[in-house]
Design a protein around this ligand. Structure first.
Ligand SMILES: [Cu+2]
Length: 252
């Protein structure tokens, strides 16, 4: 009985509640002719294809271009997923150059972990396949600085980045990695759902993407102490998320 209880407790602790990911997924990573890109914002568990969490309207969405940071919050449209609040915006990329699209969500209260979760998430969309401007930072409190151009990547490529907090590298930062499952992969067990990496002494991490599709890199760091909705001491998890697409060689 004690063993069973322990197993149940472990199951509860290891539940999918541990790997929330704030998605910001564009309809393409490269727009060879420029034009419109649709960007979907969902707070979910990508490898397990849910459950989706309610995402209240973000504090801010924006684009970083050669002209600086442009606020796109007014373009947000509600677009529910699985009955949960989620968001979408359209962006017209009229000039050559990469745009770093980002979201600053409202803190999400997770009672199972007694903490608020704030996942600052970003993705790069390259207009006219320019190859320019992909390493501009959005200036988020926590952010992944890519060391590899994050657009036009093949399946199997190594993605590398630096985890930054307040602009400084975070040695030993922990990075969770998930693939946006299209339903074609069933993880053999829980260990395969979320891949885990530790950054080195310079905050640098790398990961070889084994399958085509969108990959989410979530560097998680401790944020400020907080107070739970019922007035008790609680923690804050800050996430620096970056989404990167891998494309299979041949066959397109
Ligand atoms: Cu979760």
């Amino acid at each position: 009985m004690r063993t069973l209880l322990a197993a149940l407790t472990l199951t509860a602790l290891a539940s999918p509640a541990l790997a929330h990911f704030q998605e910001i997924l564009p309809s393409a990573d490269v727009l060879p002719e420029g034009g419109k890109v649709t960007v979907e914002l969902v707070f979910t568990h990508p490898m397990e294809r849910g459950p989706t969490m309610d995402m209240v309207k973000p504090v801010r969405v924006g684009a970083v271009t050669d002209k600086g940071v442009e606020d796109l919050t007014a373009a947000l449209v509600e677009a529910p997923v699985d009955g949960k609040a989620a968001w979408r915006f359209e962006r017209d990329i009229a000039a050559p150059g990469a745009e770093v699209l980002f979201v600053e969500p409202k803190p999400y209260w997770e009672p199972a972990e007694n903490k608020y979760i704030v996942h600052y998430a970003k993705v790069v969309v390259d207009g006219f396949a320019s190859g320019e401007g992909w390493d501009r930072l959005a200036g988020l409190p926590v952010e992944i600085a890519p060391l590899v151009r994050p657009t036009g990547l093949w399946t199997g490529n190594l993605f590398r980045g630096v985890v930054l907090q307040d602009g400084q590298p975070v040695p030993g930062a922990e990075i969770e990695v998930e693939w946006v499952n299209d339903g074609s992969v069933t993880p053999p067990n829980e260990a395969f759902i979320t891949q885990v990496i530790k950054a080195d002494d310079m905050g640098v991490f790398s990961y070889a993407m084994p399958r085509a599709g969108w990959w989410g890199f979530a560097a998680l760091v401790d944020g400020p102490a907080a107070t739970s909705p019922d007035g008790k001491p609680a923690a804050t998890e800050l996430g620096a998320l970056m989404w990167v697409k891998a494309t299979d060689m041949g066959g397109q």
